[in-house]
Design a protein around this ligand. Structure first.
Ligand code: NAD
Ligand code: ZN
Length: 346
């Protein structure tokens, strides 16, 4: 049996290891992809650091980490008709059952029986990975290959930005991690008229300006609510895109939202938090919505078009390209926040 190298969680403790493992065999409805590039997500860092969430969620150790990939199909299962050897793919990482109420009603991204690569099953920080055929996304040849790996988090940004009106609106993006940065880029090409961003890390503050934020505020130096009101003629922003998961940033953003505005939350707080529902939601007449994953697959079509049209440039957001065996360096950069998106090449 031929083997491959993979970065795996091998013990229920912080860290990861490079292991030699059999190259997996695709099932009848899967494809086997040679991983051309993969990228690190905050979730991977949580699993690597073995935080409380990871301890509760990761059940199958040893498990290969990672879920974002650009792959080239090298084998297809016997039932797979729409994909062939040589196709370059990205992948939707929410694996849906296809038969529950949510799958039947256009909400496969929140399938009740869903599982996630690299979280519930083996992932893609490896030389090869199995991808269920319905999850494979064939890359338009006009899109740079390694951008395929980043289409999954970019899809989170596209889903959030397009979850309500955006054209002609003023927008506050809280948190300029990779997905916050992508949201700024997407909001800009969708015609947002003023984009205010908040971030505490200097490196990312710099990137936010580069990708098109008109104003970048730092909550450790600026009074966020009053500065946003100043920037919006006293009204507040039409739209908040919450991309930090930080409770202070979240509360400030409610104060910075105009009455009747849209507040879309992708960021995930570490633990339950308190908010004044009367003041911030009811009397403000705010529309607050949680955003999970990507619509399957309308978000993917839009994401691909943004890239293939050449209107959206991810290059400023991809700050590091490392070898897969340099994953520890990548995790360190992620922990410090001195990076945008980090690509790893097996
Ligand atoms: P990230 O952790 O890299 O980015 C968060 C950013 O927020 C960091 O740059 C951090 O410095 C900044 N920040 C922290 N405190 C802040 C404050 N008070 N004010 C402003 N900025 C502050 O995360 P990411 O990968 O860009 O993802 C963004 C968020 O979305 C995370 O919370 C992540 O867990 C979540 N997420 C949700 C989904 C989903 O499906 N809902 C999917 C992917 C990621
Ligand atoms: Zn389902």
């Amino acid at each position: 049996m031929p083997t491959m190298k993979a970065v795996a969680k091998t013990k229920p403790e912080p860290g990861a290891e490079i292991i030699d493992i059999d190259i997996p065999t695709p099932g009848p409805d899967d494809v086997l992809a040679k991983v051309l590039a993969t990228s690190i997500c905050g979730t991977d860092l949580h699993i690597y650091e073995w935080n409380e969430w990871a301890q509760g969620r990761i059940k199958n150790i040893p498990q290969i980490m990672g879920h974002e990939l650009c792959g080239e199909i090298v084998e297809t299962g016997k039932n797979v008709k729409n994909l062939k050897k040589g196709d370059i793919i990205s992948a939707e990482t929410h694996i849906a059952c296809g038969h529950c109420y949510l799958c039947h009603t256009g909400n496969a991204h929140i399938c009740v029986n869903g599982s996630i690569f690299g979280v519930d099953i083996n992932g893609v920080f490896a030389e090869y990975a199995v991808v269920p055929a319905p999850n494979a996304w064939i890359l338009d040849s006009r899109i740079q290959k390694d951008f395929a790996s980043v289409m999954e988090p970019l899809g989170n940004a596209v889903h959030t930005v397009l979850a309500g009106e955006i054209t002609g609106n003023t927008v506050l993006v809280t948190g300029c991690g990779p997905i916050g940065l992508m949201s700024i880029s997407v909001a800009r090409i969708c015609g947002a008229t003023k984009i205010i961003a908040t971030e505490i890390n200097d490196f990312r503050i710099g990137l936010a300006g580069k990708v098109g934020a008109d104003v970048v505020l730092n909550p450790t130096k600026d009074k966020i609510v009053s500065r946003v009101l100043e920037e919006t003629a006293g009204l507040g922003v039409d739209v908040v895109l919450e991309m930090s998961g930080n409770p202070t940033a979240m509360i400030d953003a409610f104060g910075a939202l105009r009455p009747g505005g849209r507040y879309s939350i992708l960021g995930i707080p570490d633990k339950p938090m308190e908010i004044d529902i009367g003041k911030h939601i009811v009397f403000k007449y705010a529309t607050v919505q949680g955003i999970n994953g990507r619509l399957m697959f309308s978000t993917w079509h839009k994401t691909a078009r943004f890239l293939s049209s050449g209107r959206l440039d991810l290059e400023p957001i991809i700050t590091h390209r490392l070898r897969l065996d340099e994953y520890e360096k990548g995790m360190d950069l992620m922990r410090q926040g001195n990076c945008g998106k980090i690509l790893l090449y097996p």
